[in-house]
Design a protein around this ligand. Sequence first.
Ligand SMILES: Nc1ncnc2c1ncn2[C@@H]1O[C@H](COP(=O)(O)OP(=O)(O)OP(=O)(O)O)[C@@H](O)[C@H]1O
Ligand SMILES: [Mg+2]
Length: 351
Amino acid sequence: MSKSYLPLLLNALQDAVYVLDEDRAVLFANPAALAMFGGDPIGMDFVKISRHPDCIGAIGEILSGAKTTKQVVTEDALSGASYRVIVADLGHDNEDGARVVVSMTDVSDLREAEQMRSDFVANVSHELRSPLTAVSGFIETLQDESAVDPQQRQHFLSVMEMEAQRMVRLIADLLSLSKVESQQRMRPEGEADIGAIIARITTTLADSAEREGKQFELKLTTDMPPVPGSEDELTQVLQNLIENAIKYGRRDTTVTIETRLMDTVPGINGPALVIDVKDEGEGIAQRHIPRLTERFYRVDTHRSRNKGGTGLGLAIVKHIVHRHRGRLQISSKQDAGSCFSVSLPTTRPGR
Ligand SMILES: Nc1ncnc2c1ncn2[C@@H]1O[C@H](COP(=O)(O)OP(=O)(O)OP(=O)(O)O)[C@@H](O)[C@H]1O
Ligand SMILES: [Mg+2]
């Protein structure tokens, strides 16, 4: 077998590969290793490349005769990067004194994804546990008929109903989020009439807006072109934003929905339809704004929960807007109110 391609193969690898002699000094490093180290490591003790005890320990074991390949995961304390490190024996009879090969794969992204997944599971469990604990508590109380009068019973039942509805909403939002996430890369099909969507939502939400002391003001362009995209998903986006404006606006104020046609919007190719949803609420402090679209992020957890929020609304909005190649911008002034602005391309991307 010809081995003349081996140097080319090592050059092509994304993993950093180091060959060490019996003193742990570097004899060879491929381009990925040079890039990772950021200099020329030839002749250096490997400890200058990674001083992680598990990694140095694995090299030591191979140098002192262990024949089985070692695998460890290390974390670079300075950069926070994680590497999967494989250390293998190269035998004793190499002319150049090569004894050990160390290959390092950057697994930081994987680690981060793993961390996000486990945070997500912890969050979901927590969100479900609170209403479940409340419901089980009330069931226990209601089982002792002599302990509750009919009025109390009614109160407990209505709290149980509210908590059960919250769980149903949470599950529905989770399913909806996972659906839009899985379709993130697919272009949405169809066409949506934003004017009709706004009319439908404001009619449906009229009662709850009135109960909360809000009135709608619509400032819609008359010549709104249809927007390429999913009518259902864009309804979800606007419904979330309008519901938030109702929820977080002050009593006896106006929720304004305004649309504009723009020739250019930063970040969008071609003309766009901009939809602003404005409230006259207490506003959102600047430091919270970049985090609002994270799952389960709430400015005031207690207050949002009391209002029946799951904290997933804006995460869903962000994903749907991205899938439509649009932009979501949030601006807010404390004590004055917030404006959530969605820009959607009016021409199908790529055509
Ligand atoms: N118009 C607004 N004014 C002030 N704060 C807002 C506004 N919209 C959203 N927020 C803040 O952002 C947080 C996240 O909003 P999001 O819509 O994701 O969740 P939610 O409204 O709590 O629950 P959900 O929409 O899932 O029922 C809210 O909890 C609230 O703190
Ligand atoms: Mg919401």
